[in-house]
Write a protein that binds this ligand. Structure first.
Ligand code: INI
Length: 176
């Protein structure tokens, strides 16, 4: 018999239940034709998880470059269990796209690592408008909806990891 057959560790994961949770959504106005559709998808997912409008705040910023600072301030406020960052960066003829796309990704990751609040990355970085449309409710689904689901799951998971009551975590290391 293989050693792993009797080895059943405690599984810890988030559920998609919004009860008692608060969500922050930061949305950039740039390319709002796309970002508003992503926002609608995210709100749809949160609603399906049982969140009411009162449990969610939407904060708007001019462009994707401004998302990390707003998201970090929201995270530092301590009022949100998860934050969704929504934007759309489209490649143009200059290097501007690369700076904005790189910095928004880096800034969002830094913000969640600095604060410990999950910040779901829903910033499309596309070569063409068509690619963005496909990801905002057409051929490739709605990435905002996926982000809303990720926010529900990570909000729950974060709470569970904060108050980890699993038998393994309760056992002092020296007794293992
Ligand atoms: N902001 C976006 O959100 N998407 C883009 O495609 C974009 N382009 O291509 O320029 C964009 N630029 C604005 C940027 O995010 C800032 O708002 C601006 O530079 C002011 O800081």
């Amino acid at each position: 018999m293989g050693v792993t057959e009797n080895f059943q560790p405690n599984e810890i994961q988030g559920t998609f239940d919004a009860s008692g949770m608060r969500f922050g959504i930061v949305v950039s106005r740039f390319n709002n034709f796309i970002t508003e559709r992503l926002l609608a998808g995210a709100l749809d997912a949160l609603g399906r998880g049982g969140a009411s409008a009162k449990q969610s705040d939407v904060v708007r910023v001019p462009g994707a470059f401004e998302i990390p600072l707003a998201a970090k301030k929201m995270a530092l406020a301590g009022s949100y269990d998860a934050i969704v960052a929504i934007g759309c960066v489209l490649r143009g003829e200059t290097a501007h796209f690369d700076y904005v796309a790189t910095e928004v990704a880096r800034g969002v990751q830094l913000a969640q690592m600095d604060t410990g609040v999950p910040i779901i990355f829903c910033v499309l970085t596309c070569d063409t408008l068509e690619q963005a449309i496909d990801r905002a409710g057409l051929k490739s689904g709605n990435k905002g909806y996926d982000a809303g689901l990720a926010a529900l799951e990570m909000a729950q998971l974060s709470r569970r990891l904060r108050a980890n009551t699993s038998p393994a975590a309760a056992e002092p290391p020296e007794s293992r």
